[in-house]
Design a protein around this ligand. Structure first.
Ligand code: SF4
Length: 489
């Protein structure tokens, strides 16, 4: 969509809004455009938006009282008015409801928490999100639940503790919608042992720093990729190193993302359980065979059930299952079937994602093409089915986030039975605790109040294996940061 600005230069804010309202590719037809204008009177700034989209045209206005506002406040008020005008015009030309209204940020619960911390009550905050951002009551309810649970987790964190993420960037094969940097383990087999060596070395180097400074680990999460694409022996090596090098004696939660059911065996789950992980993720994404096939996932719904039964037999008391609304070839009925099947299995956690098609994904042509992706209104219908079904079975939403290019600009939500929420998920989303990440592509977030500093490891396994120096350098930065926040320097 062509963007034209008159009287202002808030380009970034408007671009974000257009992506949220129309998606990455939509609106690319000739003649589609947004003309965004801002004009000033004595007291008000008036924003207008004129949108032409697929032969339809709409115009909308919004204004902001800028009397007495300083420069920063003025920018905030004007940006908000411009977004609201664009949102109202978009709603008219597309005829869509936009459950998140004009809210474009990726962490709605974080925004909710900010207002609560500012002294507003949950009901005042809810009303403000509906009135000011046009968020639907259902989404406000999600944001409120996630914000309240997130605050509880934040307030229960203790000084001198952090969480850790360990990444295994290998998968048995690539799913068509995936945008992660993950290598097919069959093709990258020569890299696996050197990768584990490098990972164990990083665990030792940074683990020594944590021990020296008396830092403890609250939660640990082994993710990917697909950690269970490693052999049982390789998984054992990684988990031995975690136990040996990291200060995990007081661990509150230990999760392994098994992920793809076609990698799960009793032997591997046995190793994971023996090493103390109590929480595991088994991800069907869909319980529709045809959808799995279109997504390039070579497993069946029956394989999911079998993997789940193995996990219970091995003794896992907390299982998460991921689903995705909006996959190629899926329909509201198909997704309802997926939710019903997963509910029938009765895991402690269910995560309902909405497909986000990023640049790294392979969905380009053939049956699993972007043209075979369900329409936004159908994705909304999928979630409209899932929410009450989950509430009725005793699950509550406890964390959520949005991504760019997400189907229908919706959200990913973690649901859990009370008392089985994944604490790591909340820490990573709400960004109130340092997350120390290990492995290729891992990003460490050093959190100091509202300030967050990021340290990124080399993206690809080959670079990560070769770059010992970077790990050493980042370890020095990590040490300085930990000394600083503990007031020791
Ligand atoms: S299993 Fe997960 S990480 Fe691996 S290719 Fe599929 S979606 Fe991507």
């Amino acid at each position: 969509m062509k963007l034209i600005f008159e009287g202002h230069d808030y380009k970034y804010a408007l671009e974000q809004t257009v992506v949220a309202l129309f998606g990455e590719k939509a609106g690319a037809e000739d003649g589609d455009e947004l003309v965004s204008c801002l004009s000033f009177g004595q007291r008000y700034a008036t924003a207008s938006a004129r949108i032409k989209y697929k032969g339809r045209e709409a115009r909308a206005f919004a204004r902001a009282d800028i009397r007495g506002a300083d420069e920063n406040e003025r920018t905030r008020l004007c940006t908000h008015a411009l977004k609201i005008a664009a949102f109202k015009a978009a709603r008219e030309v597309t005829g869509r409801s936009y459950p998140w209204g004009a809210l474009t940020g990726v962490r709605p619960a974080k925004l909710f928490v900010r207002f609560l911390d500012g002294g507003m009550s949950p009901s005042e905050t809810s009303r403000m999100m509906e009135d000011r951002y046009f968020v639907s009551p259902e989404r406000v309810k999600l944001a409120e639940a996630a914000a309240i649970f997130g605050r509880e987790v934040r307030n229960s964190r203790r000084e001198g503790r952090l969480s850790v993420y360990i990444g295994i960037p290998f998968c048995p094969s690539r799913c068509s919608y995936c945008s992660f940097v993950s290598s097919e383990i069959g093709r990258a087999s020569a890299l696996v042992e050197p990768y584990i060596d490098a990972l164990c070395r990083e665990l030792e180097i940074k683990g020594n720093t944590l021990r020296e400074l008396g830092i403890q680990v609250d939660t640990a999460y082994i993710g990917g990729g697909t950690p269970t694409s490693l052999s049982a022996k390789q998984l054992g090596r990684v988990m031995d190193s975690i136990a040996r090098f990291l200060p995990v004696e007081g661990l509150e939660e230990y999760t392994v993302e098994a992920g793809r059911p076609d990698t799960i065996t009793e032997e591997k789950l046995g190793v994971i359980r023996e090493h103390g992980a109590g929480r595991i993720s088994i991800n069907p994404q869909s319980m529709m065979g045809k959808v799995l096939e279109l997504c390039g996932r070579p497993h069946t719904p029956e394989d999911v059930i079998e993997a789940y039964e193995i996990a219970r037999r091995v003794g896992f008391g907390c299982i998460n299952m991921d689903t995705i609304a909006g996959l190629p070839g899926d329909s509201p009925d198909g997704f309802a079937h997926t939710i019903e099947e997963v509910l029938r299995l009765n895991p402690e956690n269910i995560t309902v994602h909405t497909l986000a098609l990023k640049r790294g994904s392979d969905i380009k042509s053939g049956e699993a093409s972007a043209g075979n992706i369900p329409a936004p209104e159908n994705v909304e219908r999928m979630l409209d089915f899932a929410f009450p079904a989950l509430y009725n079975k005793g699950y509550n939403p406890y964390y959520l986030y949005r991504q760019k290019y997400m189907a229908a600009s919706l959200e990913n939500t973690g649901w859990a039975k009370p008392g089985s929420e994944g604490i790591y998920n909340v820490c990573i989303m709400e960004e109130f605790q340092t997350i120390l990440s290990f492995g290729a592509g891992a990003v460490t977030k050093l959190v100091d109040g509202a300030r967050i500093k990021r340290l990124s490891n080399s993206k690809y396994p080959r670079e990560y294996i070769a770059d010992r120096e970077k790990i050493e350098k980042d370890n020095i930065k990590l040490r300085e940061f930990l000394l600083q926040i503990s007031g020791k320097i």
